[in-house]
Design a protein around this ligand. Structure first.
Ligand code: TGC
Ligand code: FAD
Length: 388
C-alpha cells in the first residue's frame, strides 16, 4: 500500500500554522509507528492497548487545549488535527483521548478547587491518572435530564447511589466524573476516586464496535464522596459544557477514520482487477470514490472553519452539533462504501475499513445520536423544541 496521504482538495494546509502542522505530523508519526501495527489485533481480541498511554501523554494530547497544570494550551484547530490523526487508527483510541481530556480534565479545570486541579491535572496530562465520565444511565441516554443517580448530603460528605452505563475507560479509570441529582433535584458533578467505598465497575463485553476501547458499567452503592469533590456547577449545563469539546473533537476524528477508508479503497481499486480492468476504471466505482472525496472535503471545511471560530471565541453548540452529526454520519457511509469496494476482503482484519465501519456505528450514537443533533438544529432554526 502507498504512503498515507489524506486529501486536501481545497488546500486547507495553507491555512494551518507551522505549529499546527508540526503537531499533526508528530501525532501522525506516533500513530503510524505505535498504533497502526497493533490496532487490528487489539480490536479482534477486544483489548485496549494500555501501553500507548505514556507515549500519547508525552505528545501532549491529553487536555491539549488547557493552559497550565502541565497542559500545552494548544489551539482548538491543533486539538482537532490531533483527534483526526488518532482516529485514523481507530475510533476507540480517539475515544480514550476525548474522554480523558474533554470529558474529565476539562470539568476538573473549569469547576474543581485549585487543590484538586493540582492533584489531578498534571498526572492526567501524562496519562499517569485516567478518568471516565458517567452521565448515561441504563434508562437515560439521549435524555440525561431524567437521570436517577442521587447525591444525599451526610455531614461533610455526599452519599451517591445509582448506576451509570456505557462508560468509556470505566474499569481502568482512577477517577470518575459522576453526574447525580442532589436533594433539590439539580444535577451536580462529583469527582469519585476509584478507591472510595461503594464504587465498583464492571466491563461490558461482547461488543462488535469499539472493541479496542473499554466500556463499563459504574455502580455507586452508598458511595461516600467528600463535599470537596463536588464540582462548582449546577444543572445540565455542567455535563453539556463538557460535551461541546468532545463533540467538536469527534467532528475531526471521524474525518480521520473516513480518510483512512477512502485511502484504502482508492489504493485497492487501482490494483484489484476484475473483467480484465482495475476496479477504479469502472464508472460505478469512480462514483463511489468521488462521493467519499467530496464528503471528506466538505467535512474538512466544516471542521476547519469551526475550529478557527472556536480559536477566535466565535462558536455555538449548534454549530458543533452540525459538525458532529454531519461528519460522523458521512464517515459511516464512507466506511460502508469502502467496505463494499473491497468486496470479501473488506470484512477481514487484513484491511481497516470493516473495523472503522463497526466503530463508527458507536460514534454515530454516542455524544448525542445523529437524530438528537438533528433535533438540536431543528430547534435552532424553528425555535420549536421537538424532543418530546
Ligand atoms: P436543555 O433544556 O436544552 O438544556 C439544559 C441546560 O443546559 C444548557 N445547555 C448547554 N450548555 C452548554 N453547552 C451545550 N451544548 C448545552 N446544551 C444545553 C441549556 O442552556 C440549559 O441551561 P440552563 O441554564 O437554562 O438550565 O436540556 P434538555 O434536557 O431538553 O436536553 C436536550 C438534549 C436532547 C439536546 C440533550 O439532552 C442532549 O444533548 N442529549 C444527548 C445526550 C448526550 O450527548 N450524552 C452524551 C453522554 S457522554 C458520551 O457519550 C461519551 S462517549 C465517549 C467518547 O466521547 O468517545
Ligand atoms: P436512546 O436514548 O435510547 O436512543 C435510541 C434511539 O432513539 C436513537 O436512535 C435515538 O436517536 C432515538 N431517540 C431518542 N430520543 C428521541 C427523540 N426525542 N426523538 C427522536 N428519536 C429519539 N455515556 C457516558 O455518559 N459516558 C461515556 O463515556 C460513554 N461512552 C460510550 C461508549 C460507547 C461505545 C457507547 C455505545 C455509548 C457510550 N455512552 C457514554 C452512552 C451514549 O452517550 C448513549 O448511548 C447515547 O447518548 C444514546 O443513548 P441510548 O444508547 O440510551 O439510546
Amino acid at each position: 500500500m502507498n504512503t498515507y496521504t489524506p486529501p486536501d482538495f481545497y488546500n486547507l494546509d495553507a491555512l494551518l500554522t507551522d505549529e499546527e502542522k508540526l503537531i499533526r505530523s508528530s501525532v501522525r508519526q506516533y500513530v503510524t509507528e505505535n498504533i497502526m501495527p497493533i490496532i487490528a489485533d487489539c480490536h479482534e481480541q477486544g483489548v485496549f492497548p494500555k501501553q500507548i498511554i505514556p507515549g500519547l501523554g508525552a505528545l501532549g494530547v491529553f487536555g491539549s487545549t488547557l493552559k497550565g497544570y502541565n497542559c500545552p494550551g494548544l489551539s482548538y484547530t491543533a486539538y482537532g488535527l490531533i483527534m483526526q490523526e488518532i482516529e485514523r487508527a481507530d475510533s476507540g483510541i480517539r475515544s480514550f483521548v476525548s474522554v480523558q481530556g474533554g470529558l474529565c480534565m476539562y470539568p476538573i479545570y473549569k469547576y474543581a478547587s485549585e487543590t484538586l486541579k493540582k492533584k489531578f491535572l498534571p498526572k492526567m496530562s501524562t496519562g499517569e491518572l485516567i478518568g471516565c465520565f458517567g452521565l448515561t444511565e441504563p434508562d437515560f441516554g439521549s435524555n440525561p435530564g431524567g437521570l436517577l443517580t442521587k447525591a444525599t448530603k451526610d455531614g461533610s460528605d455526599y452519599i451517591l447511589n445509582g448506576t451509570k452505563m456505557w462508560i468509556t475507560n470505566g474499569c481502568i479509570a482512577d477517577l470518575a466524573i459522576i453526574w447525580a441529582k442532589t436533594e433539590d433535584g439539580k444535577i451536580s458533578g462529583f469527582i469519585v476516586e476509584k478507591d472510595f467505598s461503594g464504587f465498583k465497575t464492571q466491563e461490558i463485553k461482547k461488543k462488535y464496535s469499539l472493541r479496542a476501547s473499554i466500556t463499563s458499567e459504574l455502580i455507586l452503592d452508598n458511595c461516600r464522596v467528600p463535599s470537596t469533590h463536588k464540582l462548582e456547577v449546577s444543572g445540565l449545563k455542567g455535563p453539556f459544557s463538557c460535551l461541546n469539546l468532545a463533540r467538536y473533537g469527534i467532528s475531526w476524528g471521524s474525518l480521520g477514520a473516513a480518510m483512512a477508508c477512502y485511502h484504502e479503497a482508492l489504493e485497492y481499486s487501482k490494483t484489484r482487477i476484475q473483467f480484465n480492468k482495475p476496479l477504479a476504471s469502472f464508472q460505478l466505482v469512480q462514483s463511489k470514490l468521488v462521493y467519499m472525496f467530496t464528503e471528506i472535503t466538505k467535512g474538512q471545511l466544516l471542521a476547519y472553519h469551526l475550529g478557527k471560530g472556536m480559536d477566535g471565541g466565535q462558536w455555538s453548540p449548534q454549530q458543533i452539533s452540525m459538525a458532529k452529526m454531519n461528519n460522523v454520519s458521512k464517515a459511516l457511509k464512507i466506511a460502508r462504501m469502502a467496505r463494499d469496494i473491497l468486496g470479501a476482503n473488506g470484512i477481514t482484519y487484513e484491511y481497516q475499513c470493516g473495523r472503522h465501519m463497526q466503530n463508527l456505528e458507536s460514534v454515530n450514537t454516542y455524544e448525542g445520536t445523529e437524530d438528537i443533533h438533528k433535533l438540536i438544529l431543528g430547534q435552532h432554526i424553528t425555535d420549536i423544541p421537538s424532543f418530546f
